[in-house]
Design a protein around this ligand. Sequence first.
Ligand SMILES: [Zn+2]
Length: 70
Amino acid sequence: MSQILVLKEKSNERLLFQDLYYVHKPVSVKTSVTEAVCDLCKKGLEDGLSVTAISTDKKTRLCCDNHFPK
Ligand SMILES: [Zn+2]
């Protein structure tokens, strides 16, 4: 913020000029990307297996074709 106070000699006026400007800091977002692999055998698309996400009570588990519960 900057301020300028102007005093006029002839009158008793005082003028105050104010500038308000907000500083926008760049927000950095941290992300991480990992290949989806089976939680049990750690194999994924590179091994020719498709990986499916399964939501259990609290966790999301990743299972390949071989370890997908039937
Ligand atoms: Zn597996």
